[in-house]
Ligand binder design. Structure first.
Ligand code: UD1
Ligand code: CA
Length: 497
C-alpha cells in the first residue's frame, strides 16, 4: 500500500435529481449524513481529505465538521461547471504524489476496496487507476469503452444508442498521479453538449498519451452512486442489512427485520429481542437479554441487561439500569435516569428525573425535574407541578415513600423518607419523614339526603309526563280541527260542480 496519497471528495454538485431543497450529501443513511461515509472511511485509512464544496457549502461543511473527521481541508468551487473543474479547484492542496478522487455520493465504499486500489496502482506503477463495475441497467452512468487498445469514458447523455448498450461503467473513483494530473487537468475541454468539464476525459487523455491506465473492476453494490431518493433508499437498505447481519451473528433476534430501523452506531447485546417497527437511533445502547417491544423509539438511550421495554415507548437521552420494566406507551425524555428494577407503566411521562432501585410509577403519571428514591410507589394519576409559570422547580421524594393515587405535587417540594400521601391530595408543603399527608377537603355525609333527592327527581318526572300528555292532546285536537275543515272545503267544492 502507498502512504503518499491525499483524497479529493467532490461534494459541490446541485443534487438536481434528488428534487429536495436539501443537498443530497446531508441526507442521512442510517442516521449519518451521506457525505460522512467516505470521510470516515478515509479517516480510518489515515488519508487526508480535500472536500470540494459549492451548492449549500455551509450545510455540507457543518455536517462534516460535526462528524469530527480528522485532516479535512475545504475548497470552494465557485462555478459548478463539472467534475473536471471541481478537481482543478483543489490544486493548492495537492501535497502528496497521488490523488484519490471520489464522488461524495458513493456511501457504500469499503476500506478494503481502497486498499486494493492503492496496492494495484503502486504494484503496476500506474498513472491513472480507475474503479469500474458492471450494471444490468447502466442508465445515468459513464460507459467504459475499450477500442483499439485505447480506453475512454463516455457520459450517458453523450452516448450513441450503441454505446448505451455497454454495461461496463465508471464508478467515479480514481487514483491519479499528481504529475499526470498537474500536466492535464487544465487541458480538459468543455463538453459541447453539456457545457461541463468532465473529469472522465482524463482517461482518454492518459490513454492517448500512452500512460499506464489501470482498470479495477469491483462489485456494483460497493460503488453505487446515490443520485435519487430511490437510490438513497436502496443504499440505506443495504447499510441496514449489513448492520443487522452483524448483530444476528452475535445472537440478536429481530422480529420482522425488514421493518426495523437501525442507525449506524447503535449497540445491541447478545440475547436481546427487537420487535417489529422499533427505531434504534443514534446513541442507542441495548444491553444483553433485553426485550424491546413493537414500535418503540430508542434515541440516545442506554438500557441495562435483562430490561424490558414494552411496545410504543418513546425515549430520548435516558439511562436505564438492568431488570427494568418500561411501558407500554411510556415517554422518557431530557436526562432521565432509572436505576435497576424500576417499573414504569403505561401513559407515564418522565422528564429530567432520576428514579432509584425498585421504585414504581405504573399508571398515568407525569414526573418532571424530580428525584425519586428507592422502593417508592407513585400512585396512578400523580402529577408533579414543576413549572410555576416562570421557573421550573424540583420535587424530591425520598426512599420508601408512598404517593397515593391522583396526587398533585406542587414543586418545590420534598417528601421525606417513608412518608405517605393520601389519594386525591394536592400537596403544597414538604412532608416530614414517617408522616401521612392529606391535602384534600374533608368529606361530609348527609343522612337521608339521597332519598330526598330521589323523591324530588321522581316528582319532576311526573310533572314532565303530565306536560307531555297535555301537549300531545293539544296536537291531536289541532289535527282533528284541520281534518274537519278540509272535509267541509271538499264538500263545498263538489256541490259547486
Ligand atoms: C459521475 C461520472 C460518471 C460516473 C458516475 C458514477 C463525470 C462527468 N461523470 O457522473 O462517469 O459513472 O459519476 O457515480 O464525472 N460535483 C462537483 N462539482 C460539479 C459537478 C459535480 O463537485 O461541478 C460533484 C457532485 O457533488 C457529486 C460528484 O461530483 O458528488 C459527481 O457528480 P454527479 O453529478 O453525481 O455525476 P454523475 O452524473 O453521477
Ligand atoms: Ca453521482
Amino acid at each position: 500500500m502507498i502512504n503518499d496519497v491525499r483524497a479529493i471528495i467532490l461534494a459541490a454538485g446541485k443534487s438536481t435529481r434528488f428534487k429536495t431543497k436539501k443537498s443530497k450529501l446531508i441526507h442521512t443513511i442510517c442516521g449519518q449524513p451521506m457525505i460522512v461515509y467516505p470521510a470516515k472511511l478515509l479517516e480510518s485509512l489515515n488519508i487526508p481529505i480535500t472536500f470540494v464544496l459549492g451548492h449549500q457549502a455551509e450545510n455540507v461543511k457543518k455536517a462534516i465538521e460535526k462528524s469530527k473527521t480528522k485532516s479535512c481541508d475545504f475548497v470552494t468551487q465557485k462555478e459548478l461547471s463539472g467534475t473536471g473543474n471541481a478537481v482543478s479547484c483543489t490544486k493548492e492542496t495537492w501535497d502528496k504524489n497521488n490523488l484519490l478522487i471520489l464522488n461524495g455520493d458513493t456511501p457504500l465504499l469499503t476500506p478494503d476496496l481502497i486498499e486494493i486500489t492503492l496496492k494495484k496502482h503502486k504494484d503496476e506503477n500506474a498513472d491513472l487507476t480507475m474503479l469500474t463495475t458492471y450494471m444490468i441497467s447502466p442508465k445515468g452512468y459513464g460507459r467504459v469503452i475499450k477500442k483499439n487498445n485505447q480506453i475512454k469514458i463516455i457520459e450517458d447523455k453523450n452516448c450513441t444508442e450503441e454505446e448505451k448498450e455497454i454495461n461496463k461503467v465508471n464508478t467515479g473513483i480514481y487514483l491519479i498521479s499528481k504529475k499526470f494530473l498537474e500536466d492535464n487537468i487544465d487541458k480538459i475541454q468543455k463538453n459541447s453538449a453539456s457545457g461541463e468539464f468532465y473529469l472522465t476525459d482524463l482517461v482518454e487523455m492518459a490513454s492517448k498519451q500512452n500512460k499506464k491506465v489501470l482498470d479495477v473492476p469491483v462489485g456494483y453494490d460497493f460503488v453505487r452512486g446515490v443520485n435519487t431518493l430511490e437510490e438513497l433508499w436502496a443504499a440505506e437498505q443495504i447499510t441496514r442489512s449489513q448492520l443487522m447481519k452483524r448483530f444476528m451473528n452475535n445472537g440478536v433476534r429481530f422480529e420482522l427485520a425488514q421493518n426495523i430501523h437501525l442507525d449506524i452506531d447503535v449497540e445491541i447485546g447478545t440475547g436481546s429481542f427487537i420487535a417489529t417497527g422499533v427505531h434504534l437511533l443514534k446513541g442507542a445502547k441495548i444491553g444483553e437479554d433485553c426485550f424491546v417491544g413493537a414500535f418503540s423509539i430508542i434515541d440516545n438511550t442506554t438500557i441495562g441487561d435483562d430490561s424490558k421495554i414494552y411496545s410504543h415507548c418513546v425515549m430520548q437521552d435516558t439511562t436505564i439500569g438492568s431488570n427494568a420494566k418500561i411501558g407500554p406507551f411510556a415517554r422518557l425524555r431530557n436526562n432521565v435516569i432509572l436505576k435497576d428494577y424500576v417499573t414504569i407503566g403505561n401513559f407515564v411521562e418522565l422528564k429530567n428525573t432520576q428514579i432509584d432501585e425498585y421504585s414504581k410509577a405504573k399508571h398515568l403519571t407525569y414526573l418532571g425535574d424530580s428525584r425519586i428514591g428507592k422502593h417508592v410507589n407513585i400512585g396512578a394519576g400523580t402529577i408533579t407541578c414543576n413549572h410555576d409559570g416562570i421557573n421550573k422547580n424540583p420535587t424530591i421524594i425520598e426512599d420508601e415513600s408512598y404517593i397515593g393515587s391522583n396526587n398533585t405535587l406542587v414543586a418545590p417540594l420534598k417528601i421525606e423518607k417513608n412518608a405517605y400521601t393520601a389519594a386525591g391530595s394536592t400537596i403544597t408543603h414538604d412532608v416530614p419523614k414517617d408522616t401521612l399527608a392529606i391535602g384534600r377537603s374533608r368529606q361530609v355525609n348527609k343522612n337521608g339526603y339521597a332519598k330526598k333527592l330521589k323523591n324530588i327527581k321522581k316528582k319532576e318526572c311526573e310533572i314532565d309526563e303530565i306536560k307531555a300528555k297535555i301537549k300531545n292532546d293539544e296536537h291531536e285536537e289541532t289535527q282533528r280541527i284541520n281534518f274537519v275543515g278540509a272535509v267541509k272545503t271538499k264538500n263545498k267544492q263538489e256541490t259547486s260542480l
